[in-house]
Design a protein around this ligand. Sequence first.
Ligand SMILES: [Fe+2]
Length: 372
Amino acid sequence: MPRPKVVNDKRQPVPPLNLEELKFWLRIMEEHAQFIKAGLPCDSIVLIGEADNFQQEFAALRVRAEQVQNQRQFTELVDATQTVVGEFYRYKRRLLQMELTCQLLGCNFALFLDHVSREAEYFLMLLSAMGSGRLLYQSAGAREVTFWLRLMADHSRFIVHRLDPSERAMVETAEGFACEFDALYLQGRDFVSMLRGSTNEVPAFRRFLQDVRVSTLKLRDFKRAVESLIAECRLVGLIPALLADHVRREADHFLLVLAILEKGTFVPYDEDGELEFAALEETAVMAAGGAVAVAAAELAQNPAVVYYDDEDEDDDEEYGGRDDEDNDGEDEEDGEREDAPLPTTPPPPEPPAKPAKVKWSGKWPRPLGAQK
Ligand SMILES: [Fe+2]
């Protein structure tokens, strides 16, 4: 199927989810369960058992994700994922409330529990957006950036608090990143407010995205250095190697999101005047009430958000579903596709050799969903 031509006009949506992104977030959720379990008091048997169950459920969903062959299976997977993520979100918030009211100790900081619950909310928002056909626009893009900037600031502080105090230089570097991302987060919030109702391209916002990318590249490289030092047993601290890898992967994912925004696959406003990302809180409330469900019919009418290259998952195809060259979000209207193969992106004419290391060169830093 030839890719629809990109027309960079004012109604280019950002496809919110695809199978590769689903896999990315399923792994993140599985690891959250593992981290939470490791940080619970050893006598909290029930809570540990719940975390263990979530870890197993996400592991099973990841296995299912690798076996998806058609739209119907993908729809069922999204449905099952929403249920588990909704329950996991409530579990995280319950732990947070217990900790804030001194009913729970352990090693999970309250901000860590809040952080991982925010990520679950975000994942629910993506799943819900795909199910309902809602799309993200630039006003939401500014919100998306602030969401990720806050995560990056959190990561910096988590690193600070898990480094041995004797590692003064590393602590100072991590604190510098925390301050840098706090400032960017505040600037991003200003843009969220200032871009409301904006109907024009805003050069200052584009420059802001470039600033954010430069800072995020530095942070990603720092996380990678921390990861390597831990792997080589050359860093004193309490950072598990998996956690270092986890936060580095999230920084890489943020770089993908930034690249999408910088490529201009968004419009400066939502014609309904809504800030789409505001739906995040509604999504969480819905999840808390157990009301999140995917409407299969709606999903079937919006299959273009799913991209799956079943020929070679590890090739260097550019980022699957958010790539503006892949989709304009409006090129599929056929609802009779429950058992149809997932839409596939054609392989590039001459796939470039897999780069030895991640390097920013205007292309994606890595294929979405790649594990390393
Ligand atoms: Fe995170």
